[in-house]
Design a protein around this ligand. Structure first.
Ligand code: 6GU
Length: 274
């Protein structure tokens, strides 16, 4: 996979040289190219922003440098071995939520271009113009506001890179990820343990050393449900009851959940004090 990032803070992307993403690059599994947006400015001050039409606080990123940068990147890919158009990812708090599902989708693309903005955002015409020719995703990494999209580029790149074939040592490692499609869809991963067997008078759940794979799998699934109920009840409400087995439903009942007329789970109503 090729990833291009256009930013006014190229040094912000240094962490892409480290750890999993850094190793994937060194192995040639990931080709990351970071570009300074100011290379596509032509004035003495390398201006990338201007005041917003209609007034208001803050500054807006000018369209011309972005247009030149994205055109240059597109032209650099003109070869038999690379696809004609990349997928453009625009990190913005007003985008669609970034999810594991979108990470899986993006991991299947041969070429991503990230356009992280600073200030109040990029002139809208840039996104509209490229959306006519490229696949474009405006993506938010959560319900809070960052000073710029670069940290989101790090987040999205790491989530995508670890899904690329051969990047994680064990291809099954992401089968049990929280949010992984399949048996763990909409479930958070439960707790994990390693040696020593006793640490500060605390031992580990006995089932994990029972050697009984069926019991271990069931225990892990129970723990995943407990954690999901505690930390993300919204995921339980959203889950498809058809994806649950008998024991799952019993456990949810023990944890105070009831099935509505549509089969969906909801918290049992608290008795109203009179
Ligand atoms: Cl992608 N960018 C910025 N600036 N703030 C955010 C965000 C992105 N996602 C959540 N907050």
């Amino acid at each position: 996979m090729r990833i291009d990032v256009v930013t006014i803070f190229p040094e912000y992307l240094e962490p892409l040289n480290v750890s999993l993403v850094g190793k994937a690059r060194a192995r040639g599994q990931l080709d990351v190219r970071v570009h300074d947006l100011r290379e596509w400015t032509h004035d003495r001050h390398n201006t990338v922003d201007d005041t917003p039409y209609g007034g208001g606080p803050g500054m807006v990123m000018k369209p011309e440098p972005w247009g030149e940068a994205l055109d240059a990147i597109e032209a650099s890919g003109a070869s038999d071995t690379e696809p004609a158009a990349p997928v453009l990812v625009v990190p913005t708090p007003s985008g669609r939520p970034f999810t594991q599902q979108l990470a899986v989708e993006l991991s299947a693309k041969p070429w991503l271009v990230f356009a992280p903005a600073r200030y109040e955002g990029i002139d809208r015409r840039v996104i509209d113009a490229y959306a006519e020719r490229w696949e474009v995703h405006e993506v938010s990494i959560g319900d809070y506001v960052l000073a710029g999209g670069e940290a989101a580029v790090l987040v999205i790149t790491e989530a995508v890179a670890r899904l690329l074939p051969g990047v994680l040592g064990n291809a099954e490692s992401h089968r049990d990820d929280s949010f992984a499609p399949g048996a763990m869809a909409n479930l958070l991963e439960g707790p994990v343990y390693t040696k020593p067997p006793v640490w500060r008078d605390r031992d580990i759940p006995e089932v994990l050393v029972s050697g009984h794979h069926g019991k271990i799998a069931r225990w892990r699934r129970d723990e995943a449900f407990r954690r999901t109920c505690a930390n993300r009840p919204d995921l339980i409400e959203r889950c498809d009851p058809a994806a649950l087995d008998k024991r799952d439903r019993e456990l949810l009942a023990e944890l105070g959940w009831v099935q509505g007329p549509d089969g969906r789970f909801g918290r049992a109503a608290e008795p109203v004090e009179q």
